[in-house]
Design a protein around this ligand. Structure first.
Ligand SMILES: Nc1ncnc2c1ncn2[C@@H]1O[C@H](COP(=O)(O)OP(=O)(O)OP(=O)(O)O)[C@@H](O)[C@H]1O
Length: 290
């Protein structure tokens, strides 16, 4: 895969003799939105720091935009990074803050009106950051991360503490950037909210990659049942009574026939729930522990 934005091949990292990243291999491609999920300490931030060139792997190959990220500044303009807890100088306005980051990236300090608009800060751009809410700071963090149309955008826990509206906006911006060809890597604990946002999910457990695929692929691999719930008079075949409704667990292949049978039996208030990313993630962790 020559046009990969990021290549990891057998990457390892230890801190003080404790291995926190084990033989990690994967590629990220242009236009992909990839979720990096894992519990605390799974090694997500360490991977992001390695991609930024802030931490060096002990072994293996790591390439970002065709080069070793720890060598020089070739990729700085083409990289965007939103750290987990973003800090800005409180007495700077958003405009001054962005001018500062633009200079660091070698971009013009002024002329970022469209960016303020895009992140919803146009009206607050000339107010000091000290008066900003958490959401506004996060918007500013996102603005600095997407300065200069990065080809690789690394977002570390970008939605923690955001309200649902801002979360949706953030994912909207991420989708736009990916459509324009950027690679976006989002690390997260909040697995369920990623449904529909990331085209691919990398599941990490204690420094190891334990699953890699689209949501559909992970669903298929996990083989977890969907749950059909409904109300009905009588006792539908194969259904279990849970509270005031009936419940049937179904594989993918069983869904059409079971839905038909439920309808024919006069089922009402029908819901069909597929396993969530949380269920799938728990499944892979259980399998790993076994
Ligand atoms: N500079 C460091 N020195 C020593 N140990 C470190 C250092 N940075 C990270 N670690 C350890 O490496 C492991 C992986 O940490 P990392 O921050 O990459 O995990 P994470 O998946 O991002 O976790 P979280 O979700 O809590 O941010 C953890 O056990 C952490 O304590």
């Amino acid at each position: 895969m020559n046009n990969a934005t990021v290549i990891l091949d057998g990457v390892r990292k230890s801190y003080g003799g404790r291995q926190v990243v084990h033989d990690l291999s994967y590629h990220l491609s242009p236009g992909e939105v990839v979720a990096l999920v894992g519990h605390n300490g799974a090694g997500k931030t360490t991977q992001i720091k390695m991609m930024l060139g802030l931490v060096r792997p002990d072994a293996g190959l790591l390439q970002v935009l065709g080069a070793d990220p720890a060598q020089g500044r070739h990729a700085r303009q083409a990289l965007g990074y939103l750290p987990e807890s973003v800090q800005f100088h409180p007495s700077f306005t958003a405009r001054e803050t962005l001018a500062f980051y633009a200079r660091l990236k070698g971009l013009p300090a002024q002329g970022h009106e469209a960016l303020f608009d895009r992140v919803g800060l146009a009206d607050a751009a000339d107010r000091p950051v000290r008066g900003y809410s958490k959401g506004m700071r996060q918007r500013l963090g996102l603005a600095q991360a997407i300065l200069g149309q990065p080809r690789l955008l690394l977002l570390d826990e970008p939605t923690s503490g955001l309200d649902p509206a801002l979360r949706r906006e953030l994912y909207g911006i991420v989708a736009d950037l990916a459509r324009e060809g950027a690679t976006v890597l989002l690390s997260s604990h909040a697995l369920t909210e990623l449904e529909g946002q990331a085209g691919r999910v990398l599941v990490m457990n204690r420094g190891r990659l334990i699953a890699d695929g689209t949501m559909e692929e992970l669903r298929r691999l996990a083989g977890l049942p969907s749950v059909l719930r409904f109300r009905a008079d009588g006792t539908p075949q194969g259904a279990a009574r849970i509270g005031d409704h009936w419940q049937v667990k179904l594989s993918e292949a069983e869904k059409p026939a079971a839905l038909r049978a439920a309808l024919e039996a006069g089922a009402r208030d029908i819901t069909l729930e597929d396993p969530s990313l949380d269920d799938i993630y728990a499944h892979f962790l259980r399998r790993e522990a076994a």
